[in-house]
Design a protein around this ligand. Structure first.
Ligand SMILES: Nc1nc2c(ncn2[C@@H]2O[C@H](COP(=O)(O)OP(=O)(O)OP(=O)(O)O)[C@@H](O)[C@H]2O)c(=O)[nH]1
Length: 333
């Protein structure tokens, strides 16, 4: 039986960062990884380093609403290829989208006979951001369900807000009395369930949860805006763009992330991240992770305007180029 770890947590709470670290731990060095993102275009699979054949981006869309059948098919295919000796993995990690409800995903895993005969869930790991975790839990039912279903609650970004841990831990403990709560940096990948007990424990917690919380339904009409540009952007444009977005969209913007081709450094894409009001420090990757070299920016939130974020980026880029020198012709989609 192959263990499956479900890695969940609200938008921007640190799932991909944790996963990248986890895959360097010996216990996870032969893990197959399935990544699901909310937007139309995915980025996370480009930000995680692992063997190409065992890193699979599940068709974008919310795993809990639309793609649980593709999850079952993907696991079945992985198992068939493993049995045929074509690929090698000894565990699976599923990173859900930040808006996913874990319950329908666990139900899909438990309800499929083929999956249940080859895989078992060894734990639900939920990341919670110490900066915005408590307010997110208050505002979004999705975040509460992710916390309620967890076996491990991993508090992230403690390095940025050391003092917030106790408060977040108290909020988490009030929702889930049985999960371990710890600093994400201290977790080495140990999990709780064994093959023999996994199904019973999980169905008991799913039942308890369904008594406590209303059935799965997203709390808002979440949407995404994708911006794709095939010419490099000026490094100066991006902070202006992110500030402009934050100022105009306020709490409706939950997440912005992107991989950007920078005019000044075209061989090293810049990864940008905004999580609610917080703009994280951009990081230059050493090289492009795949053949796709266009800049891609994804915004996730509710009541997002479809057109003007792209127009804003274009206008700011033109303005910056007028000061710093001309850029190549624009191609924003
Ligand atoms: N300082 C600090 N930053 C962190 C930590 N964990 C994650 N981040 C930053 O938070 C931002 C979002 O992290 P991700 O790992 O992409 O979050 P995610 O949960 O995978 O995001 P989605 O998949 O979009 O839901 C990035 O800029 C990370 O570098 C942490 O422990 N400390």
């Amino acid at each position: 039986m192959i263990p499956v770890t479900l890695l969940t947590g609200f938008l921007g709470s640190g799932k991909t960062t944790l996963l990248s670290r986890l895959l360097r731990e010996p216990a996870f060095s032969k893990a197959a990884v399935l990544i699901n993102e909310f937007g139309e275009i995915g980025l996370d699979h480009d930000l995680v380093e692992t063997g190409d054949e065992t890193l699979i981006a599940l068709s974008t869309g919310c795993l809990c609403c639309r793609v649980s059948s593709s999850l079952a098919k993907t696991l079945a295919l992985l198992e068939a290829r493993r049995s045929a000796g074509e690929i090698n993995f000894d565990r699976v990690v599923i990173e859900t989208s930040g808006l996913a409800d874990p319950v329908p995903i666990l139900q899909a895993l438990a309800g499929d006979r083929m999956i249940a005969s080859s895989f078992f869930v060894d734990g639900v790991v939920t990341t919670v951001d110490v900066i915005s975790g408590a307010s997110t839990i208050e505002r979004y039912a999705e975040a509460r369900r992710q916390v309620a279903m967890a076996d491990m609650l991993l508090v992230t970004k403690k390095d940025v807000a050391e003092g917030g841990f106790k408060d977040v831990a108290a909020t988490l403990g009030a929702i889930n009395q049985t999960a371990r709560i710890m600093d994400a940096r201290d977790w080495k990948g140990d999990l709780v369930h064994q093959a023999e007990t996994s199904r019973g424990v999980l169905s008991a917690s799913m039942q308890t949860l369904s008594l406590r919380l209303r059935p799965h339904r997203h709390s808002y009409n979440f949407s995404t805006v994708s911006i794709v540009s095939d010419r490099p952007l000026s490094a100066l444009t991006l902070p202006l763009f992110l500030e402009g977005l934050a100022a105009h969209l306020g709490p409706r913007l939950l997440r912005a992330k992107g991989l950007i081709a920078i005019r000044e450094l075209p061989e090293q894409p810049m990864a940008i991240h905004c999580v609610q009001h917080m703009v994280h420090k951009p990081i230059f990757l050493p090289s492009w992770p795949s053949a796709e070299r266009r800049s891609r920016i994804i915004l996730i939130g509710h009541e997002l305007p479809e057109r003007w974020p792209g127009l804003l980026l274009e206008a700011l880029e033109a303005e910056v180029a007028s000061i710093t020198g001309p850029a190549e012709p624009t191609m924003l989609a």
